[in-house]
Design a binder for this molecule. Structure first.
Ligand SMILES: Cc1cc2nc3c(=O)[nH]c(=O)nc-3n(C[C@H](O)[C@H](O)[C@H](O)COP(=O)(O)OP(=O)(O)OC[C@H]3O[C@@H](n4cnc5c(N)ncnc54)[C@H](O)[C@@H]3O)c2cc1C
Length: 262
């Protein structure tokens, strides 16, 4: 049976996001959390495989204990197992430490395909999926919008690229990262909603799987956020069309002198 692991992340609902005007940091208190939208696309594809091929689907999240909520949501959509990777030692992890921790946990399981969202709407780096693939030495396909499985060992994957689409074939085991826009994630169904609260979430911590403690959390994070800030409001620009390059250059010069910039 096809064994699929889907990495899902709990993120603040960005339509409700507030920023501390002085520190420029995110105010998380009182902000509702949701499952990252791209991860719902990945979950939907995993559940389509479950419908078509009877795959076994496990959702995995790394985060604080309250991230259990998105595992319950995943159960209610039809996921079979849920894993929460949680430990204070993981706190302050950047993408490298996050993907290392997720990879070390995933290594201990028998998987055929690992799925993730393309990008999380809070961190927005789109690094974690590809980094997991690197750490587990798996072939990866990113920006996925459609997948077909030959029932044996090959996936035919359509990915969205700037100029159009690319269709690639990849052998399993592999890692795919998904675009939410390509999928209509299913709603939770009544039977699974009832079952979601009876299913057990497997909880793992830094002692549950082999890790190098130096590669966890803040200690294992080579990147450092120096400053974060919101873009100030900007007045509407003025569009000057049909100028010759000389007229355009003179106009720019004039405006810069007007503002005492030069
Ligand atoms: C120096 C530094 C310190 C940080 N400190 C903290 C901190 O103290 N607390 C904090 O909350 N964040 C912290 N972060 C943010 C944290 O690194 C990111 O939230 C995390 O690494 C995921 O990156 P991303 O959001 O860009 O995900 P992306 O790479 O955009 O996510 C792509 C996909 O990877 C998967 N994925 C990503 N993260 C997870 C996860 N946790 N579990 C399961 N799947 C996942 C999802 O499928 C997601 O769609 C810090 C970041 C930096 C750079």
């Amino acid at each position: 049976m096809l064994k699929i692991f889907v990495c899902i992340k709990q993120v603040p609902d960005t339509t409700e996001i507030k920023l501390d005007p002085v520190k420029g940091t995110l105010i998380r208190d009182g902000v509702p959390s949701i499952m990252n939208p791209d991860d719902k696309g990945a979950l939907e594809q995993a559940l389509l495989f479950k419908d078509q091929f009877g795959a076994e689907v496990t959702a995995v999240t790394m985060g604080p204990p309250q991230a259990t909520a998105i595992l319950r949501e995943a159960f209610a959509m039809g996921v079979d197992h849920g894993i929460l990777i949680t430990d204070r030692r993981f706190g302050g992890a950047d993408t490298l430490a996050t993907s290392y921790t997720l990879s070390q946990a995933l290594r201990t399981f028998d998987y055929d395909i690992i799925l993730a969202g393309r990008q999380a709407i809070d961190g927005d780096t789109a690094q974690v999926g590809p980094q997991i693939a690197e750490q587990l030495d798996l072939p990866q396909v990113t920006y996925v919008e459609h997948v077909e499985y030959d029932g044996k060992d090959k996936l035919t994957v359509r990915r969205n690229v700037e100029e159009g689409h690319e269709v690639v074939e990849v052998k399993i085991p592999c890692m795919l990262t998904f675009l939410a826009s390509a999928y209509n994630p299913r709603y939770m169904n009544v039977k699974d909603i009832m079952g979601a609260f009876n299913k057990e979430v497997t909880i793992l911590n830094a002692d549950s799987f082999p890790v190098d403690p130096q590669r966890l959390g803040l200690k294992g994070s080579p990147t450092n956020v120096k400053r974060s800030f919101t873009k100030g409001a900007k007045a509407m620009g003025v569009l000057h069309e049909d100028l010759t390059p000389e007229e355009a250059a003179n106009l720019i010069l004039e405006k810069l002198q007007e503002k005492f910039i030069i």
